[in-house]
Design a protein around this ligand. Sequence first.
Ligand SMILES: C[S@@+](CC[C@H](N)C(=O)[O-])C[C@H]1O[C@@H](n2cnc3c(N)ncnc32)[C@H](O)[C@@H]1O
Length: 354
Amino acid sequence: MGGLTYFDFGDDFTFSPDKKKPIYNWFYYKEAFSSGFVEKIIKMLDLKPPFFDPFCGAGTTLLYCKMNGMKSSGLDCNPLSAMVSRVKTRNYEIKILEENLSKILEIKANYNEDKRWGFKFFRPDEVFPRKSLSDFFSLLENIENIEEKREKEFFMTALLSLIPQTSFIFKDGGVLKIDKKKKLMPVKIAFKRKALRMISEASALNGIEPNVFVGDARNFKGFKFSSIITSPPYLNGVDYSKIYGLELNLAGGESEGFLRSFLLSKDMKAVKDAYFDDMEKVLRMFDECLIENGVAAMVVGNSVVGGKMIEVDRILSEMGEKIGFKTYIVVGKERGIRHLGLPDVRESVVVLKK
Ligand SMILES: C[S@@+](CC[C@H](N)C(=O)[O-])C[C@H]1O[C@@H](n2cnc3c(N)ncnc32)[C@H](O)[C@@H]1O
């Protein structure tokens, strides 16, 4: 292993810098890295297309590549993430979007929503105020009736992106909770405003559309890429199978095949073993999908598990060496937890050269 180097990525390992960036901010994905990270890592490592992001989340890598005329592909096991990534990287006919929007806004009053609710953790009336519930489901039905997938997914993303502002749900760390005191926006007004903004920004989207696959990164194969830029789930971080559960449910999808990064087990050794077992499969997939001399840049976070610091970056780097990569670590962020008697928690880019 080539050891540790340091580079200050600032906030680029987070979604924050993209919160106000057109298109990047169409769907709030807290766990995303920002386009600034993609830009910096491409320059730093002189990475070449075609690019691949096998944990593409909200599609940051793919959108950056598209905006810069570079070919890319993405994969996520969550169909909601794959949909959001596709929506942010397609080309649109603005007139067709506008025509669809007028039809979607013709909604029914007092729509009976309850029969199509499939989210098992909360009842509909716990999630939305009554009036919003009727408007939300009436909009949803009109969107579902659009025939063309391109436009249907565009407006579905617009509507689902509003759940944080229009419902009592809030994401507390990795857990969904209800806050009945939350100030909410009316659904119809919020949707119209969001859809109009997305339509006006969509004219900037043209050029190469990436392939976005739904699937499990542990066993993906059949394609070759020059570079991988990605960020798998962090050990003991967010439970991705739950945190976007409501949005996925409303979109009518189901997800499976999540990396075992978050397990409700008290046996921390089992949690750690499962994570590194899965990550070994992921690194073997990198080896399979990269061309000769190809490079992977993977953002990972170290983690305190059962009171012990797990140096995820070092462990994955050593694992990569065993598989045959030349590796090194670029530390991009350190968080002090000396008060707990532990060393700093690092977030790093593990670089693997084939
Ligand atoms: C840290 S997020 C990636 C965020 C992304 N870098 C961005 O900027 O939006 C990790 C993603 O991995 C996905 N994921 C988890 N297990 C997976 C698996 N086995 N195969 C593919 N994707 C997976 C989750 O659904 C989540 O979207």
